[in-house]
Design a protein around this ligand. Sequence first.
Ligand code: FAD
Ligand code: MLT
Ligand code: ZN
Length: 487
Amino acid sequence: CYSAVLTARNENFAKVKQSDIMAFENFLGKDGVQKDDISNHTTDWTGQFKGHGSLVLYPKSTDEVSAILAYCSKNKLAVVPQGGNTGLVGGSIPVHDEIILSMNKISQQFAFDDTMGILKCDAGFILEELDNKLAKHGYMMPFDLGAKGSCQIGGNIATCAGGIRLIRYGSLHAHLLGVTVVLPDEQGSVLHLGSDIRKDNTSLHTPHLFLGSEGQLGVITSVTMTAVPRPKSVQSAMLGVQSFEKCCEVLKLAKSRLCEVLSSFEFLDDAIMECLKTNLGLHPVLNSPTPFSILVETSGSNEDHDMEKMSAFLDELLSKKLIVDGVLAGSSADAAKMWKLRESAPLAVTRDGYVYKHDVSLPLNSYYELTNVMKERCGDLAKRVVTYGHLGDGNTHLNITSSKQNENLEKLYVSILIPILLLIFRMYPFLYEWVVAHGGSISAEHGIGQLKLPYSNLGKESEERLLTKKLKNIFDPNGILNPYKMI
Ligand code: FAD
Ligand code: MLT
Ligand code: ZN
């Protein structure tokens, strides 16, 4: 468990007193303050981060967030913003005794312009709820992820979530137009940044500072962004591939042949397929096992046209011997079965007991080499070394599992001169240094949070780090917002 081992408590922060609780109850009402049974707010989805916070606040509006942050700033109380608490790096979990500011009750305002496709809503809306609302207008959210049933749009913006459609619709940078944020200063300043229109080049694009800001700069209470037309025809196919090089060839061909209708290109290796079968009883849809499987999806507006493209693509893959097996979903139930495999991968690995999760970007020529390097390095100490991910975005999720947290898996002792032993770290920082040395990023989409804090300087110029710190000081002069994390 990572809790609180990385950074000592900052003793400049005050501890919550009874008078603070009374003040919060005064401006939020008794139902806006929770002191007991808060473990679902102090533990993350993986169970690896456990914080020591003892208070959860539930504001219902931007004004209430403003009142909380003004009070906390004046009284030097540290605060951690929390959305759906599905983040995978411990960013939403208090490290010491920070107050948890839950966004669960800020989900009233929803407006949608179905001509321009512009959505404006409160930050506490759950992603799937928004998507269902947009469906009634023939639109959908421009991104999708396995945690859609619990994560919130504010949390998605704060993590710059990627997911399974980025190859088609781009990152959230392509969609964010405006945010309302509350700053952790003594006024609890409310800023409306950006605008509610599609094009506006009149100032710096300040809303984008909040994309991937991990609750470091301010609390996002409202979001304006573009949605995309909901496709009328969606085709999914699972492909069996013998080598990673061929997977890359398939990707290249998918981009050229499926072109404007290509909407997902997801990757699973045989180790995660085995894990899905053993741990969740989910069986592959391909007839025979292959080292690699690819889930490709097209989304368009004309079923005949899209199906024709997909079928021609599959024929070409077979004739060029790029795949050895391919199954085209004949119904939405078939497609759901394929997606269930991909979306259950994060859950399947947790069932081994303990999982070392990695989320890195790499140029494709190093993408799977990392898996092979780590397999070799971990040997029999790991229960499994599995990889799935968003291959079309160069984003790999390498997961190394073990029945429980295993120090030997993290560290490696090498004898240099008996009896002198040299301690080498088997997994960290080796893995992240390897990623940076191969031109990658140590976090493609999950962020830094607590998990990657010790390595967050890797691959970043000192000037960029300094600039980031200066920005943090402008937004959060007392440093009370989400301390001990990314910045
Ligand atoms: P939280 O976990 O509550 O918070 C995440 C961070 O954002 C924290 O630092 C928190 O302080 C901050 N924050 C939250 N809300 C606000 C706010 N309103 N204002 C300011 N700061 C805020 N991520 C991907 O990118 N792609 C995936 O494909 C993906 N798949 C996932 C699948 C599963 C099964 C799970 C469990 C997670 C997955 N994730 C994925 C990670 C996670 O779902 C995303 O990071 C998500 O965007 C987090 O949203 P949340 O509301 O749960 O935020
Ligand atoms: C995914 O793509 O499934 C998510 O990012 C979660 C994970 O990495 O396990
Ligand atoms: Zn992912």
